[in-house]
Design a protein around this ligand. Sequence first.
Ligand SMILES: Cc1cc2nc3c(=O)[nH]c(=O)nc-3n(C[C@H](O)[C@H](O)[C@H](O)COP(=O)(O)OP(=O)(O)OC[C@H]3O[C@@H](n4cnc5c(N)ncnc54)[C@H](O)[C@@H]3O)c2cc1C
Ligand code: SF4
Length: 473
Amino acid sequence: MARECAVRAALLSAARPNSSDTIEGRKRIEDEETREGHVCFVGGVDNDEPDRRIQVPMREQPADERIKNFREVALGYNAEEAIQEAKRCLQCRKPQCVKGCPVHIDIPEFIRYVAQGDFKQAAFVINKNSALPAVCGRVCPQETQCEGECVSGRKFDTIGIGKLERFVGDWARENNIEFDVPQEKNGHKVAVVGSGPAGLTCAKELLVKGYDVTVFEALHELGGKTITIDQLLDDEGFAAVFIGSGAGLPNFMHIAGENLCGVVSANEFLTRNNLLFAYKEGYVTPNYVGKRVAIVGGGNVAMDAARTAVRLGAEVTVVYRRSEEELPARQEEVHHAKEEGIVFNMLCNPVEIVGDEKGWVRAMRCVRMQLGEPDISGRRRPVPIPDSDFLLAVDMVILAVGTSPNPIISSNTPGLTTDSWGSLVADEETGQTTREGVFAAGDAVSGSATVIMAMGGAKKAAAAIDEYVRGKS
Ligand SMILES: Cc1cc2nc3c(=O)[nH]c(=O)nc-3n(C[C@H](O)[C@H](O)[C@H](O)COP(=O)(O)OP(=O)(O)OC[C@H]3O[C@@H](n4cnc5c(N)ncnc54)[C@H](O)[C@@H]3O)c2cc1C
Ligand code: SF4
């Protein structure tokens, strides 16, 4: 009963701004609710007060159900749950959570609005710093960023910042909230290459500053024109170019047997399934799926590949050369993968893929590893244990061992320098590449990283582009 009332309170509060935020307002709502025969806890005056030490859990599809479909696992907060969780925030005077956010969203401010049931204002607060809350709320590694710093986490559960961000992003989309874009153009054109989080963030930042922005995208509908960076700058009148072309080129291990039938990169496997809809009836995209599948790697891409293979009916083992502690994937992904029956074979490294007489995978030879001294990444280096090799019987191997930037742009643009990994060399603070007028950020610069890191870099690059163009005119 109390739960129903809180939803109603949120609706009432949205209809009468801030009404649940004042004693008078709370009293009015509570009086109304009591008259209608309900028990109410809009202002925490209810005996059924939730335990503020514990994060409001997010409902999700049970593991045995979700492994039969491709729908979202976590179902998101409803209005009542969001308000309840938002009310747990301590509204710290020195909010550590903001320091942990690579795009510096005013986290306590947006949460304060959620607690008041004013989801629209919450969306506006987030939009000042991020155009992709529905994405970031779902995929960011919050446990090592904003939530990792959250003061509440020192004694109790951290505030579910990501869950609240997702709620606000979804709410804004479902309610067609439009954010301000200045009508007056400043007369300058900027080209953005790539429509991932880096490209879209840079485009949005420049758009609100009055630039005429064109996004060129190699896939699907955006852009669609084959043109060089030189042509954009010299012939098409663009004052600057931003490159956010990502790191879409899969790495391989260069071990024997990698060219056998049944060995694929996670990129190819996931692209066929998710972008070309191989899993749907009526789509004819071929996508081989083995019965016993090994996924090599321990990042988010490996988790996506593993959980996709499970949904396509395979028995899946993740093989990773370090220990569980060093797994780079988000904790939630690992937790969900385990719930779905995926086996984690840690401290294990493939050295050969073994084929049958017809050239198909039949096993993977692996060696056991132990952890040595930390390497340059700060993580302990995996070292093979002598004579520890063994055969893992599998009929498919999916490699998720990282990606590199595609060299197509760097090799066609004079003056653009890349490092030994093929990443564009660009200033960390400005995104300025080695070519004048050309800026870059995201995976194209850092190698495969995260959505929020790409957005953070793109924001800095957009500010630098603005300064560069204004300086020239
Ligand atoms: C399977 C998978 C799972 C992931 N899971 C997570 C996760 O859970 N959390 C997280 O934070 N990150 C995750 N990541 C990483 C995250 O997606 C990337 O770090 C992020 O998307 C990088 O953003 P970006 O804009 O730099 O590049 P991208 O998102 O890769 O976008 C680049 C865009 O540029 C386009 N492009 C490339 N070349 C050209 C060209 N020559 N001309 C025009 N367009 C071009 C591409 O088609 C693409 O649309 C995952 C990545 C993968 C592949
Ligand atoms: S650190 Fe945690 S408790 Fe403090 S303002 Fe940020 S989200 Fe709220």
